[in-house]
Design a binder for this molecule. Structure first.
Ligand code: PLP
Length: 438
């Protein structure tokens, strides 16, 4: 039987024998059945997160409110099926994501097409596949979309991405809402007004409203309230100036996730309720009807529904320095420490020993000194070749950022639900890796 312990997320526990389990499944069984390195996804947790978001936005903003899963966080066919079943919309950012969602039977009418640089081919491809709404970054792109829409005899629904000028106090690499950003048109510089006027003048464009996204891994609920205030005032301003009333207002994603114990767990429902209360009051004060509000969570839908399982190989103890524990994956399956020092909790799968005191660097097997999964990980002193370790909270931006560096194959993705497991993405073989070489 599985006993509950206190871990950073509820789906982690230990079996009676003390071994680590995820979503109720002992991890050694998963290693035996599917081999390592392995991505595991807790399907029940993903569904629960979707429902929490959907309930919260409908309670706060009414039945027209939407939740769009930002699928860049993790994109493969099975996830789009789950999103369809849960009544979620999606964000897509590339033809690859569009095709994956399409292949999974996701209704692309409910898809929003992002990216700060959509090529003409991207635009054609998205229109061909019936992507419902484009989120337009800049004037040049707007003109290109207009031209292609006219040539196809359609009016394309769009939201304009607006930069509200909010600093979300998160990592620079994932901060996007400041004026000095490669994303969107800033209110402060007048570019937001200009692109709005342009959108309203174009025959191939049906302007639906506005979008903003202040950043990622945001813990401060105040950030959303400030962004919502700027955006709602902007909606009122555009209504005054151009007699255009936005039908939709998309507040983006970014709610933070607990990777390590020191971080809080955000109560999504309470946060959205707070934002809704503030916005409903402000809309009344401004004398405008509330647009249909959308949120675009990526990380907070899938992050703690994911776990990566590794087998330990070389353990190198350098006297007077430190201990390197090498695993059978690395920056190829999780580049986030190498990219921006992202924090993770790593635990041995075997029953805990009293002594968990050696601080180790958990490193990958790529030919690159920066190939580090995490520094200063407390592990038992007797870690050895063949032991299993688990890196928690890897559901977001791990599989989707994985690469074939060193011609390593990407791990398989296995879904867990109700104590059972099934394959969602096969492990990449050497033949897969050479399949495009001519
Ligand atoms: C990345 C992104 C999101 C999702 O952000 P998370 O931090 O994963 O929730 C939402 N909207 C846009 C426009 C994004 O670029």
């Amino acid at each position: 039987m599985i006993t509950k312990n206190k871990f950073i997320c509820e789906n982690i526990s230990r079996t009676e024998a003390g071994e680590l389990a995820f979503a109720g499944v002992p991890l050694s069984c998963m290693a035996r059945e599917y081999s390592t390195p392995l991505y595991l996804f807790d399907e029940d947790r993903i569904r629960e997160r979707c429902r929490t978001y959907l309930r919260a936005v409908r309670d706060g903003f009414g039945l027209g409110a939407k939740v769009l899963y930002a699928s860049k966080a993790a994109s493969f066919k099975r996830l789009y099926e789950i999103m369809r079943e849960e009544g979620m919309g999606i964000d897509v950012v590339s033809t690859g994501e569009i095709f994956t969602a399409y292949s999974a039977g996701f209704p692309l009418e409910s898809a929003y097409f992002h990216s700060n640089n959509k090529t003409d081919r991207d635009i054609e491809y998205a229109m061909e596949h019936g992507v419902g709404t484009f989120v337009v970054d800049n004037e040049e792109e707007l003109l290109a979309i207009n031209e292609i829409a006219i040539s196809r005899g359609i009016r394309q629904r769009v939201l304009l991405r607006i930069t509200p000028g909010i600093d979300p106090h998160t990592y620079a690499a994932v901060s996007t809402g400041k004026v000095d950003s490669k994303f969107g048109s800033a209110i402060e510089t007048g570019q937001a007004d200009a692109i709005t006027a342009l959108a309203l003048s174009l025959d191939g464009i049906e302007l639906r409203g506005f979008h903003c996204h202040v950043g990622s891994q945001v813990f401060d609920s105040d950030v959303y309230i400030r962004a919502a205030e700027v955006m709602l005032r902007y909606v009122a301003h555009i209504n005054d100036k151009y007699a255009f009333l936005a039908a939709e207002l998309d507040l983006g994603g970014g709610y933070g996730v607990r990777y390590v114990e020191e971080q809080p767990e955000i109560d999504i429902a309470a946060n959205i309720a707070e934002v809704a209360e503030y916005m409903n009051a402000l809309a009344d004060k401004l004398g405008i009807p509330m647009p249909q509000v959308a949120f675009e969570p990526g990380r907070s839908i899938v992050a703690d529904a994911g776990l990566t399982l590794y087998t330990v190989g070389t353990v190198k103890r350098i006297p007077g320095y430190k201990t390197y524990v090498s695993v059978d994956g690395g920056m190829t399956d999780n580049p986030r420490f190498a990219l921006y020092g992202a924090q993770y909790t790593i635990l041995p799968v075997a029953a805990p020993t009293p002594d968990n005191s050696v601080e180790c660097s958990v490193v990958g097997r790529c030919c690159e000194s920066g190939d580090i999964i995490q520094e200063s990980v407390p592990l038992p002193p007797d870690m050895k070749r063949g032991d299993l370790i688990a890196c928690l909270t890897t559901g977001a931006y791990n599989y989707s950022m994985a690469s074939n560096y060193n011609r390593l194959g990407r791990p398989a993705v296995v879904m867990l639900s109700g104590g059972k497991s099934y394959l969602a993405v096969k492990r990449e073989t050497e033949e897969d890796i050479t399949s495009l070489d001519v």
